[in-house]
Design a protein around this ligand. Structure first.
Ligand code: IPE
Ligand code: IPE
Ligand code: MG
Length: 244
């Protein structure tokens, strides 16, 4: 389906729209392999898909979107792939930032900053600063993100701050995570069919609904997002209580 006809398509309204959706954008390598292309071509196609998914998220009135772009474990990939990914992400900032800003998107980063090359780090910081007052949608980009690293960093900061043991509770820990102040994800979507979290939001996902689709990330479009929202609407979230 062309993006034009997709934009024109009317989607029947849904009762529940998740406030926060987090996506594990997986399958770029397989998308490229299926076309006889190098893996980096898949990553490029994956970043070209960002605009389409962001637009759809705004149209469906999602408040917070968190995208898993690069994990703490992804540094272990071949140097050429890691370098290529850093370059591609830098180009995305250059290419997309002004439009994101115009559309009212607030950009945030979750993960570690210190391993990012200085020029890249500066671009991320500038983008965060530029968009900090935008209200339409908050976009958390998880780059050099790992759920375990996040907990390690939180525990270190709690100790540095000298927090007494009796003051440590769930809400205090949540407040020390990279996602402090952000609601837990209502829905995690993983593309390309894998059934695992791969170190993504392991604390925050305690009661998150999980949806996987065989669609590879570069093919994941508005129609696919709507399918995920429909499935979410059929779920009964009980949070450990008896059925309502
Ligand atoms: C996801 O696509 C992007 C990153 C992890 C950076 P992959 O590169 O993992 O693609 P597959 O899983 O090999 O198809
Ligand atoms: C998870 O995908 C990380 C991102 C999408 C950024 P991976 O491809 O790295 O995860 P595994 O290796 O399949 O678990
Ligand atoms: Mg993968």
């Amino acid at each position: 389906m062309s993006s034009q006809s997709q934009n024109d398509k009317q989607y029947s309204p849904l009762e529940q729209i998740p406030c926060h959706i987090a996506i594990i954008m997986d399958g770029n390598g397989r998308w490229a392999r299926a076309r006889g292309l190098p893996r980096l071509a898949g990553h490029r196609a994956g970043t070209e898909n960002l605009r389409r998914v962001l637009r759809a998220a705004v149209e469906f009135d999602i408040q917070v979107l968190t995208l898993y772009a690069f994990s703490t474990e992804n540094w272990g990939r071949p140097k050429s792939e890691v370098q290529g990914l850093l370059t591609i992400f830098e180009q995305v900032i250059d290419r997309e930032l002004s439009e994101l800003h115009e559309e009212g998107i607030q950009l945030r980063h979750i993960g570690r900053m210190r391993r990012l090359p200085p020029k890249f780090r500066q671009k991320v910081k500038d983008a965060i600063e530029l968009t900090k007052n935008n209200q339409r949608l908050t976009l958390n980009v998880a780059f050099d993100y790992g759920g375990r690293a996040e907990l390690v960093d939180a525990i270190r900061h709690i100790i540095i701050d000298g927090v007494p043991a009796e003051q440590i509770d769930e809400s205090l820990i949540s407040g020390y995570l990279y996602t402090a102040g952000c609601p837990d994800p209502d829905l995690i979507i993983r593309t390309s069919g894998e059934m695992r979290l791969s170190n993504f939001l392991i604390w925050q996902s305690a009661y998150t609904e999980i949806y996987t689709t065989p669609a590879l990330w570069p093919d994941f479009d508005k129609e696919e997002l709507y399918k995920a929202l429909k499935v979410y609407n059929e779920r009964e979230r009980r949070f450990g209580l008896t059925p309502g």
